[in-house]
Structures are given as structure tokens and as C-alpha cells.
Design a protein around this ligand. Structure first.
Ligand SMILES: Nc1ncnc2c1ncn2[C@@H]1O[C@H](COP(=O)(O)OP(=O)(O)O)[C@@H](O)[C@H]1O
Ligand SMILES: [Mg+2]
Length: 248
């Protein structure tokens, strides 16, 4: 019994550390990438424009040398733009590697981590797997990131419920698509913020990043899928995403 408790405390610490690392590193990576790509060209632009100013600010302005300097400035600015596109590509993850997969298998692989999210709030995870679903053609890790982000939010919301802390994952499909939904026993989402949920950096949590839903939407849309939220009549919230079925 005690051993079990110690074990779950250890996984809890590990999970906390993992999430903190993921949180800080995604932001730090993006920030340092942008700083790196912009610092050098901005420094060069400052130097060139000072030189240009000196060349023109003379009794006999050095017009053609100043023109050269303008070209340099233009060149640096275009380079900076290219740098920013590089960072965006990094975060768009164009080079995704996709394979045919079954969504229930992805959920099963992730289940130990999802159970840890449950145990942090003394909640319960329920997974309903239907008999048969079509394959989807996906980047497995990215779709697992989406599952993790949605289940994490679901337990964080359910933690506000003093009685029931239940999160249910359900899957459903036809020959066109597979839909996965995550239903929680939390308070739901107030109507006036429903259209902001997926905006980058939108958060109502004191230590939130506001990147969970935004990154999930980017990933699902890169898979030609859709993602959304709906109120559950019995109270609570439901996030769902739909992925096209892989060609037979
Ligand atoms: N299951 C949910 N129930 C209620 N509100 C939610 C749920 N999931 C997300 N939200 C709202 O959407 C916001 C953005 O979520 P997210 O992008 O994951 O960022 P974060 O969790 O860091 O705040 C949350 O701060 C919360 O207000
Ligand atoms: Mg979140």
C-alpha cells in the first residue's frame, strides 16, 4: 500500500517535471529562435542606417555610397523575414512523418501518462473503445500530444468539481472519418470565452500557457481534420477532434 503511494508520488513528480520542461522549453525554444534570427540582422540594420545617415548628412552627400548602404539594409531585412519563416516552419512541423494507425492504439499507448493526470486530481479516466474503426493516416506523436493536452485540460476542469472527477474518452467513426471526444465533469466553458479557446496564449489559469488548444488545432488542421468544443447538456465540457479516414 505504502509502496504504491510512494510509486505514485514518484510518477507524479516525474510528470510535473515533464510538463514543466515541456512548457518552459517550447516557449524558450521559440523565444530564443526568434531572438537568434533577428539579433544579427537588426544589429546590421542599425549599423548600416547610421553609416547612411553620416553619408547623406554632409555638405557634399555621398549619394551613391548611401544607395549601396540602403541595398544592404534591404538585404538584411529580407534575411530577417526568411529567418522568421524558418522558425514558423519549425513550429508548423512540415516534415511530419505519417503512418496508418488506429486511434484506440494511440490512446492505449498513452494511457499510463493519462492515468497519472487522473491521479493528480484523484480523478477517474474511462475509455470507451468501439468494435471497429477505420485507420487514420497520422503523425502519431503529434496526435498523442493533442490527446494529452485535451485530457490534461479535462482533468484540470474536473478538479473544480467536488464530487465527480470523471473524464471519458470516446471514439466513433464511419468510412469518412474517426471522431474522438473527451468529456469532462468540470464547469464547462462560459459562453463569452468559447470563441477564444483556440487562440494562442489564451488562458484563464494562473500558470497556464494558453498553448495547449492552439497547438492542438494547428496539429489537427495540418492533418486535414477539425477540432471543436461543445457544451454537454448534463454539465461539463466536451472537446472533440475529427480525422479523415485513411484511403483503403
Ligand atoms: N475542458 C475544459 N473545460 C473548461 N475550460 C477549458 C477546458 N479546456 C480548456 N479550457 C479553457 O481554455 C483555456 C485554454 O486552454 P489551453 O490552450 O490548454 O491553455 P492552458 O491549459 O494553459 O490554460 C483554458 O485556460 C481554459 O480557460
Ligand atoms: Mg492546457
Amino acid at each position: 500500500m505504502n509502496e504504491d503511494k510512494a510509486k505514485s508520488a514518484a510518477s507524479e513528480t516525474m510528470l510535473n517535471q515533464l510538463m514543466e520542461i515541456a512548457r518552459v522549453s517550447a516557449l524558450a525554444e521559440m523565444a530564443s529562435g526568434i531572438a537568434h534570427e533577428l539579433n544579427q540582422p537588426l544589429g546590421a540594420i542599425a549599423t548600416f542606417s547610421q553609416a547612411g545617415e553620416r553619408m547623406l548628412n554632409r555638405a557634399e552627400p555621398l549619394v551613391s555610397r548611401a544607395l549601396d548602404v540602403f541595398h544592404q539594409i534591404n538585404h538584411e531585412a529580407l534575411g530577417a523575414g526568411e529567418g522568421i519563416r524558418r522558425i514558423r516552419r519549425l513550429f508548423d512541423q512540415e516534415e511530419a512523418t505519417r503512418v496508418r494507425s488506429q486511434v484506440p492504439t494511440l490512446v492505449a499507448e498513452l494511457q499510463p501518462l493519462l492515468e497519472m493526470l487522473a491521479s493528480r486530481v484523484e480523478g477517474q479516466l474511462q475509455v470507451d473503445v468501439p468494435a471497429a474503426l477505420p485507420d487514420v493516416f497520422i503523425d502519431r506523436l503529434r496526435i498523442q500530444h493533442v490527446l494529452f493536452a485535451l485530457v490534461q485540460n479535462a482533468f484540470e476542469a474536473s478538479a473544480q468539481n467536488p464530487d465527480t472527477r470523471l473524464v471519458r474518452i470516446a471514439m466513433d467513426g464511419d468510412r469518412y472519418a474517426v471522431q474522438t471526444s473527451i468529456t469532462d465533469s468540470g464547469p464547462g466553458v462560459p459562453a463569452d470565452i468559447q470563441d477564444q479557446l483556440f487562440r494562442p496564449f489564451f488562458t484563464t489559469k494562473p500558470r497556464g500557457t494558453g498553448l495547449g488548444l492552439a497547438s492542438s488545432r494547428a496539429i489537427i488542421e495540418a492533418h486535414e481534420g477539425t477540432i471543436g468544443f461543445e457544451d454537454v447538456p448534463s454539465g461539463g465540457g466536451r472537446f472533440w477532434f475529427r480525422l479523415p479516414a485513411a484511403a483503403v
